[in-house]
Design a protein around this ligand. Structure first.
Ligand SMILES: NC(=O)c1ccc[n+]([C@@H]2O[C@H](COP(=O)([O-])OP(=O)(O)OC[C@H]3O[C@@H](n4cnc5c(N)ncnc54)[C@H](O)[C@@H]3O)[C@@H](O)[C@H]2O)c1
Length: 261
């Protein structure tokens, strides 16, 4: 029997076929999971996400507009989701935003208050806001698994990652506090610290070419991570194989985070 047969997932964060969320959805689908999706509001965004979802072999997938920066849109997404689906077992949070003006080397100290708070709002608070709405449905479904995408810049300084690093530290910590409270409802919450992957979001970070070269030369596996590497870990976290795992941050980075110098 497929690992995820009978499970339903809500995937938040597919912009296109390069998105981490796309690779996660592909792996979940391969293991028998039913997937529903959100996209950023606006026709162009909807078309772009729809194209990527079609490429997963789903022609009539459920999709809902969501700007996670707006509470009323999170509410609307979950009320529309509940009208369509009677269960939710897996929630994928794969979204982040920071003003690219401040994602350049030696620019962190210049970060304005609004840019700092905005990055934390969209990249970290949204996990809490979304988990709160997902929890009752997951509890009715017999429990669930929530996972969010993080990056090593949460722990160590990655030049150019700047305020996103601060936001990722908040995200990882938010996941641990959520894990502590939602565990009583049989809901697990974990983060995946993914390696560098060329996507729309990562192209905003200054100095990404250096990161790719460093990974090729210095990572234990001597390569950059592929979306499928993260997808397979997402299947593990979504499935019963990780039944005792919560509040964890799992590195899927070809070992980059294990190297000191
Ligand atoms: N690409 C990498 O190197 C890398 C490494 C580690 C972690 N991550 C993380 O993976 C996640 C996905 O990023 P990606 O690299 O796949 O890039 P991506 O650009 O494909 O995905 C980012 C997503 O965030 C969504 N988003 C932004 N603001 C939003 C909002 N207000 N409401 C709802 N959605 C919003 C975008 O629509 C997009 O779908 C992010 O959390 C990112 O920080 C990326």
């Amino acid at each position: 029997m497929p690992l995820l047969e009978g499970k339903t997932a809500l995937i938040i964060g597919i912009a296109n076929e390069r998105s981490y969320a796309w690779h996660i959805a592909k792996s979940l689908l391969e293991h028998g999971c039913r997937c529903a999706f959100t996209h950023l509001p606006g026709e162009k965004n909807e078309r772009r996400t729809r194209r990527a979802v079609d490429a997963l072999g789903l022609s009539d997938a459920w999709m809902c507009p969501l700007d996670a920066g707006k509470d009323e849109e999170i509410d609307a997404t979950f009320s529309r989701f509940s009208e369509k689906f009677d269960s939710l077992h897996v929630l994928v949070h794969s979204i982040a935003f920071a003003d690219r003006d401040w994602l350049a080397k030696d620019k962190f100290v210049e970060t304005p208050r609004a840019a700092y708070l905005g990055a934390i709002d969209i990249s970290a608070y949204t996990l809490l806001g979304i988990a709160r709405r997902a929890a009752p449905i997951m509890q009715r479904s017999g429990g669930g698994s929530i996972m969010a995408m993080s990056y090593y810049g949460a722990e160590k300084v990655v030049p150019g990652y700047n305020v996103m690093g601060v936001a990722k530290a908040a995200l990882e910590c938010t996941a641990r506090y959520l894990a502590a409270e939602l565990g009583q409802k049989s809901i697990r919450v974990n983060t995946i610290s993914g390696g560098y992957l060329r996507t729309l979001a990562s192209s905003a970070v200054g100095g990404v070419d250096d990161i790719e070269t460093h990974n090729l030369e210095r990572s234990p596996l001597r390569r950059n991570v592929e979306g499928a590497d993260v997808g397979k870990t997402a299947v593990y976290l979504a499935s019963d194989l990780s039944s005792g795992v919560t509040g964890e941050n799992i590195y899927v980075d070809c070992g980059v985070s294990t190297i000191g110098v």
